[in-house]
Write a new protein. Structure first.
Length: 352
């Protein structure tokens, strides 16, 4: 497969997405057709060792060589759009924008709704509107996010549906790793949120769970990743209200242990007010788990239109899906969010 010019990928560092994505592309597509540029601080030893990977500690200080890569690229894929320095670089070189593909992560879109109105935010929003309205391409599998980009920033570029990252597809190996002797437990194991980010709205969920405090429940809350100040508040509130039924997860699990943990969950509650936590949502659906989320977020619309059965946080009752609904969710998630479909979607983007 040959493309018109090299495809340049631009990332801010993120341990969960960057190394697995680079490894996936290098395993499934011609290595020489892709160059990966990571900007910002990167932990020692975690950057893939390859001549096709470049790291710039400072985007601003390395703007000249970065722009040289961008000018010569056939396509520029922007993995997330969070850096104000990137806004400036692209706004000052608007002729590059037509060959840019913005992979919308979620938080980089909902910056628009940030709870602030200082001059820096207004300036950045002006730059973002100038830039986003001229971008040639938008990549997301939540079409509602693309519609918001059109509404908020006058986006006019082409929409490409793509799951983009290996974490957003169901890996059949998960089934192999969870098919052994399964843990038998009484009551209900409840997962609340996916990280220590305040956008999980943990405290609101804990308040909704208080009426069930006397039941046989265990509340697991992943807090190893994200805002640790907020994590401490959640731990204090959860322990105070639920005693030993509240179980904070404060360290990263090894992969096999993490899969066994997800298999043990009965109900997951994701109370985000924007598109978020799709990777873990897909895995839980494929395992036949019951998921509660807000019905006013784009991923609710997307998943229900695909055919998934979900429950609304506004009607939280700890009622599980029927066995038939859970089985249908699992079957659909395993086929729809597949590695094969991801490869086909990426191929379409790289050839477009």
């Amino acid at each position: 497969m040959k493309y018109s010019g090299q495809i340049v990928h631009l990332f801010g560092w993120d341990q969960k997405f960057v190394p697995p994505f680079i490894a996936y592309i290098q395993a499934h597509f011609p290595v020489e057709d892709h160059h990966f540029i990571i900007y910002g601080a990167t932990p020692d030893g975690e950057l893939p060792n390859s001549k096709h990977v470049t790291q710039y500690p400072s985007l601003l200080k390395n703007l000249k060589p970065l722009l040289r890569h961008m000018r010569s690229a056939g396509k520029i894929i922007l993995h997330g759009l969070f850096s104000s320095h990137m806004y400036y670089a692209l706004a000052m070189h608007p002729w590059l924008l037509r060959k840019c593909y913005w992979v919308i992560w979620g938080g980089d879109l909902y910056i628009h709704n940030a709870d602030r109105d200082d001059w820096r935010h207004r300036k950045n929003e002006w730059l973002r509107r100038f830039m986003i309205s001229r971008l040639g391409h938008f990549v997301t599998y939540i079409k509602g996010d693309y519609e918001l980009a059109r509404q908020w920033y006058n986006a006019r570029g082409k929409y490409h549906e793509c799951m983009m990252y290996p974490s957003n597809v169901f890996d059949p190996q998960i089934l192999a790793n969870t098919q052994g002797e399964k843990e038998v437990h009484s009551g209900q194991n409840i997962l609340v949120g996916n990280s220590a980010d305040p956008s999980n709205n943990h405290i609101e969920v804990l308040e909704k769970l208080l009426p069930y405090k006397g039941q046989d429940i265990r509340i697991y809350v992943p807090l190893s990743y994200g805002d640790q100040g907020h994590a401490q508040k959640v731990i204090e509130q959860g322990s105070q209200r639920f005693d030993d039924k509240f179980i904070p997860i404060t360290s990263f699990m090894k992969f096999d242990k993490y899969l066994r943990f997800l298999e043990s969950i009965d109900i997951a509650i994701f109370n985000h007010r924007r598109q978020q936590a799709m990777g873990i949502t897909i895995t839980l659906l494929a395992l036949g788990k019951t998921i509660y989320m807000r019905s006013d977020v784009n991923q609710w619309k997307y998943l229900t239109e695909v055919g998934m059965y979900l429950k609304s946080v506004s009607e939280l009752s700890l009622t599980s899906l029927s066995e038939k609904e859970a089985m249908e969710n699992a079957k659909l998630a395993r086929s729809y969010f597949s590695k094969k479909r991801l490869a086909e979607q990426l191929s379409d983007i790289f050839r477009s």
